[in-house]
Design a protein around this ligand. Structure first.
Ligand code: ZN
Length: 83
C-alpha cells in the first residue's frame, strides 16, 4: 500500500488501499453510537461523517450528545477535515 492518509485518519480504523476501502477518523462513541469522519479511498478529498448506531431509539440525553457530536464532525468535514 502506498496511499497517503488524510491528517485526520485514525490508522487503526483505516481500510483504505489504492482505490478501495475508506479512511476513518478517531471514533467518538456515545453509548452504542459510533461517529467519525470518513472518506472513500478513491476520493479522499470529500470528507463525510459516518454514523453507526446499534439502535434507532435513543434516550434524550444520548440524542443531545449525538447531536452535538454530529455538529462538531460536520463542521470539521466541511472544512476538509481540519480541526
Ligand atoms: Zn487512512
Amino acid at each position: 500500500m502506498s496511499e497517503r492518509h488524510p491528517d485526520w485518519c485514525y490508522l487503526a480504523r483505516c481500510t483504505a488501499s489504492e482505490q478501495s476501502g475508506a479512511h476513518r477518523g478517531q471514533p467518538a462513541i456515545v453509548e452504542n453510537v459510533v461517529l467519525s469522519l470518513y472518506s472513500d479511498a478513491a476520493n479522499p478529498s470529500v470528507v463525510l461523517v459516518e454514523i453507526r448506531a446499534g439502535t434507532g431509539i435513543l434516550a434524550a440525553r444520548v440524542a443531545y450528545a449525538v447531536g452535538r457530536t454530529l455538529t462538531a464532525l460536520a463542521k470539521q468535514a466541511n472544512s476538509g477535515g481540519a480541526r
